[in-house]
Design a protein around this ligand. Sequence first.
Ligand code: NAD
Ligand code: SER
Length: 319
Amino acid sequence: MTIVKEKVLVIGACGQIGVELTTELRKMYGANNVIASDLRDEHELLKGTGPYVSCDVMNKEMLHVLIIRHNITQVYLLAAILSATGEKNPALAWHINMQSLLNVLEIAKEEKLTKVYWPSSIAVFGVTSPRENTPQHTIIEPTTIYGISKFAGERWCEYYHKHFNVDVRSLRYPGLISYKSAPGGGTTDYAVEIYHEALRDKDYECFLNEETYLPMMYMPDAIRATIELMEAPKENIKIRSSYNLGGMSFSPKEIYASIKAHIPDFTMTYKIDFRQEIANGWPKSIDDTHAREDWNWKPEYNLETMTVDMLENLKSQYL
Ligand code: NAD
Ligand code: SER
């Protein structure tokens, strides 16, 4: 029997998800078996924790050489342009989000990588999808370039699995909230900024209106979901486009109230911008029955437990 020693490459390792996912993967596979890579300088929290390589995922030849040279068996592709930044430069967002995925899928096929992870988003859904408990299979007509690129990416993942047997797995993440690495230009970023401002200035100006409910998730749940999906036996992975993934759902008014319960003099005002229109097209909540049935997904955090943990971990930065 051949035992495959896994060697993992994380692309986009210095981003909001990448820093925490790389840290967790290093615990699982050993520090030297997880190579972090990004366009940016190495993130402070990754320094000294394992190998780091500067790499542009758009340069397919360089990426291919990196994968061969380091005997990479698994790739986690996290590099992307997110929703709000994408609307400012749609052609660039389409180019980066699509070509990065095609580069990785093509190399995975050629080098017979054991597994690939690529995240999709709740942004695949649009105004014609049901807003509450949005099902896995429904009308999908995204209106942002980010959502369009994620939906096209999902189709490519399914295609490479079906035609070339690439074991690519994917989650439609909700908006992610975390304190270790800053978010990178999304519509759900308000739910991270609000904690920093509550501690720093005790005042926050929110760019979404108070009744905008969106699906959200605390980062420890998102990291666990990613690892549980990737560790699940191949035969359990029945969806090869991307799994709906549910955590919690709240509005700016509700997250404000949950923080105010701990910081009574915290105030919030509203100054709505272009991100409201993006949010208006997204679901309020997600039906993740398939993830629960296929690989036993179950979130742990709710708004209250997340708020306690966020404030506890951020307060030392602002004291
Ligand atoms: P992020 O913007 O924080 O991080 C992305 C990283 O990719 C950055 O460090 C950036 O420098 C790097 N990068 C960009 N272009 C690159 C290139 N050409 N080559 C190499 N690296 C490059 O994003 P994130 O929030 O960590 O998101 C990671 C993935 O998860 C993305 O695909 C995103 O669409 C998806 N996602 C994120 C959320 C969320 O709320 N954070 C929700 C849904 C889906
Ligand atoms: N959090 C992401 C964004 O707002 C959703 O994919 O862009």
